[in-house]
Design a protein around this ligand. Structure first.
Ligand SMILES: [Zn+2]
Length: 148
């Protein structure tokens, strides 16, 4: 495992910019990194497609596995601005991704304390925790003010 702070900083800033420009999705960004380079980069695609499982991690894994023609991504790490949910963590395990680095903890749907029985992939969280949490707080705040 070799964490690269530049990648986490990049996706943290990208996530923030999605809020700034009223992107119609929960601003979660995931990047898959191989040999020190981003090889797949996605944000959530739930509202656009209407599919509730199209989280950023899901899209990034699916796209890369398809383009490589390889279901296993053993030499890849995934960076994500929010702790993966159980669904995404199961997918990360299935794809045999080497390690997970995430920003904000997801105290409601995060996999750290929920998805534990068969967990394979080591995960470390809390990178730019306050920045990534504040991005989500600001997003949901702006959504509430639109509903009024
Ligand atoms: Zn997820």
């Amino acid at each position: 495992m070799s964490y690269d702070t530049r990648i986490m900083l990049f996706i943290t800033g990208l996530s923030r910019s999605l809020v700034k420009y009223d992107f119609p999705e929960i601003p979660v960004v995931a990047a898959i990194v191989r040999d020190g380079r981003i090889v797949s980069l996605y944000s959530n695609d739930v509202e656009t497609t209407g599919f509730p499982w199209r989280h950023a991690e899901f899209c990034a894994i699916e796209s890369l596995a398809t383009s490589l023609g390889n279901k296993f991504l053993c030499d890849c790490d995934i960076y994500v601005t929010l702790e993966p949910c159980d669904l995404c963590m199961a997918m990360i395990d299935a794809a045999r991704i080497r390690s997970v680095y995430f920003g904000a903890y997801n105290t409601k749907y995060g996999s750290m304390f929920n998805y534990s029985s068969a967990r394979l992939t080591p995960s470390i969280g809390g990178f730019y925790e306050s920045d990534n949490s504040n991005t989500l707080i600001d997003y949901f705040g702006s959504m509430r003010s639109r509903d009024v």
